[in-house]
Design a protein around this ligand. Structure first.
Ligand code: AGP
Length: 608
């Protein structure tokens, strides 16, 4: 969602902030702005639309001179996208300017209090309320004013603040939304994430909730909201600048699809020891044997990983698994106690619903295990146990490599739990491990066959409505295939359990409608094919996705076919997801969509 960058140093701030904001574009936004201190005043430039519009309006930052400033990309929550509602917002007297990510829940009460004391507001946003509140408390110390305001503000927010009367300083404040500070050689920063600053420095500190960072060119100091000074650890991040560019590809999404073999290899390698899935450093064997149930909680694609993991864990380890959307888990009074393992899956580690669901699980006494991509993120920090996926920075809004690495981790978990509980035969275990070991090579082979998928995408990119069908793991994978297509190509699609079509949905099938039948799971392939024939009989055009050895069988019931190498059932979705990602990518390409930044979507959803 919104992106924040702040800089104070010896160089002109605006060009550095614009560059930083460009690195945060992936988070999703609809307007952008800068506030720069020239030593006497704080000058603001902001507008609706992409950063290119802000570059033009500010003459590439030259119209706002000064070495200290804050910048913002806004994803609208309170107030529609407009020039006026864009950040930064300034206090009535122009002294305080702030940028904000998140939602201030009690903004209406604070606004009323300030209006009663004569303050006049220009915008509809909760952010302007925070700017005015900080100014209301300003009596010569920006730190004290921010501290006082922070004790009144409620909600989830990260704020970046600049004050005309203290022109060398920028101040950061965080509560349930991410903010880091970064130590550069020629100036210091704060930002929503490392991506914005990694060109200048890899040394960062993570702010905790209700902590304030006072950042100057010379140093960074940290305080509680009661003004006690605190010391923070400096951390070196292992992301390099090359991982944040497109590496010669037209889109980040395509680059990230192609990076999947390496990403999966990096992720699973630390947990495969002597041919075994070795997770005892994360989950104690005695604990695994005492488990009564597992919950998997996540949103979007991470949730879809959970749906596949349920099938795999139940199949191999015979432990009941419930998969619940994080936004539902929080409010469904889940049956959780200390014999329940709650696995939260998140690429960003900042998804508000997943974070709160994890906190709820902890409160109810469960052990929480987070599968997270971004190190030092809120979900990683608050979980009891963490397994990091090593996908590296994922910039395209539509997840690909994070999904594949999450899925690989859940296979390791299924194997580990199954071995601990003695529910898997030695031969089957060895066979899955053997295939897992060569999974990166298998993924490379599938990616090498992308021309066939591109051809099929060209044939079908004009469809406006389609279905993905499948059973068991094939259905679980269809959920992801359908979401990928929807989010980047804007085609309406639905994933349906194939056996459920006849109970209502088949009424939507019309002549020439494309139905993608995922039919890789050998045990149920005939059942899925019967359903494929039912839709064909009603005029649908069926594309089958199956394994090499089932090809000739599936061909009989479909109009065209994509195949993946044969594999053990638990690994099939890891293979079949690649053609689905590529299909969505090429369809969106032919439709001329903004693939990396689809409309209305944000990469990391930090509000409920
Ligand atoms: C998928 O392509 C989307 N980006 C989205 O569904 C995403 O998976 C979801 O918002 C969860 O994000 P997280 O993994 O960062 O928690």
């Amino acid at each position: 969602m919104c992106g924040i960058v702040g800089f104070t140093g010896k160089q002109q701030a605006a060009p550095i902030l614009l560059e930083g904001l460009e690195k945060l574009e992936y988070r999703g936004y609809d307007s952008a702005g800068l506030a720069i201190s020239d030593g006497e005043r704080v000058n603001v430039v902001k507008c609706m639309g992409r950063l290119a519009a802000l570059r033009e309006k500010s003459n590439n930052g030259k119209s706002v001179a000064g070495c200290v400033g804050i910048g913002h990309t806004r994803w609208a929550t309170h107030g529609r996208p407009s020039d006026e509602n864009s950040h930064p917002h300034v206090s009535e007297n122009g002294r305080i300017a702030i940028v904000h990510n998140g939602i201030i829940e009690n903004y209406a009460q604070i606004k009323e209090m300030l209006i009663n004391r004569g303050r006049v507001f220009k915008s509809e946003t909760d952010t302007e309320v925070a700017a005015q509140l900080i100014d209301y408390y300003y009596e010569g110390s920006i730190l004290e004013a921010v501290a006082k305001a922070s004790r009144e503000l409620e909600g989830s927010y990260a704020l970046g603040i600049i004050c005309a009367d203290e022109p060398e300083t920028i101040v950061g404040l965080k509560s349930h939304a991410p903010l880091i500070v970064a130590y550069g050689e020629e100036g210091n920063f704060f930002a929503s994430d490392v991506m914005a600053v990694v060109k200048y420095t890899k040394t960062v500190s993570y702010l905790e909730d209700d902590e304030i960072a006072v950042v100057t060119d010379k140093d960074i100091k940290f305080y509680t909201s009661f003004l006690d000074e605190i010391k923070k650890e400096k951390v070196t991040v292992d992301w390099d600048i090359s991982s944040t560019d497109k590496g010669g590809y037209e889109h980040y999404m395509f680059k990230e699809i192609m990076e999947q073999p390496e990403a999966v290899k990096r992720t699973i390698a630390p947990y495969i020891i002597d041919g075994r899935a070795e997770l005892s450093s994360v989950l104690d064997k005695a604990y695994i044997n005492s488990l009564s149930r597992i919950y998997i909680v996540a949103c979007g694609s991470s949730y879809h990983v959970g749906v596949i993991a349920k099938y795999n864990i139940e199949k191999l380890a015979r432990v009941p698994v419930e998969v619940v959307l994080a936004s539902e888990f929080r409010y469904c009074d889940p049956i959780v106690d200390k014999s329940t393992l709650v696995i939260c899956i998140s690429q960003s580690g900042e998804t508000a619903d997943t974070l709160e669901a994890q906190n709820e699980a902890k409160r109810l006494g469960a052990l929480t295990l987070a599968i997270v991509n971004v190190e030092g993120s809120s979900i990683a920090k608050s979980a009891d146990k963490v397994i990091y996926t090593k996908a590296g920075p994922e910039i395209a809004v539509a997840t690909t490599k994070a999904y594949s690495t999450q899925l690989a981790v859940t296979i390791l978990i299924a194997l580990y739990v199954a071995e601990c509980r003695g529910t898997i035969a030695a031969e089957e275990y060895a066979e899955i491990m053997r295939q897992l070991d060569v999974l990166p090579v298998t993924l490379e082979k599938i990616l090498a066959d992308k021309a066939n998928i591109q051809r099929l995408a060209y044939q079908h990119f004009n469809n406006e409505d389609l279905f993905f069908i499948g059973r068991n793991i094939d259905y679980a994978l269809s959920l992801e295939g359908s979401l990928k297509l929807k989010e980047i190509s804007y085609i309406h699609s639905e994933a349906y359990p194939a056996g459920e079509l006849k109970h209502g949905t088949i009424s939507l099938v019309v002549d020439n409608m494309l139905v993608i039948a995922v039919a890789s799971y050998g045990k149920l392939v005939d059942k899925t094919l019967s359903n494929a024939l039912e839709v064909k009989a009603r005029g649908a055009h069926v594309m089958g996705i199956t394994t090499d050895s089932l090809r000739s069988h599936v061909e009989k019931a479909t109009d065209e076919i994509i195949t993946i190498p044969d594999a053990h059932d638990v690994l099939l979705p890891s293979l079949a997801v690649l053609p689905l990602q590529l299909f969505a990518y090429y369809v969106a390409l032919y439709r001329g969509c903004d693939i990396d930044k689809p409309r209305n979507l944000a990469k990391s959803v930090t509000v409920e």
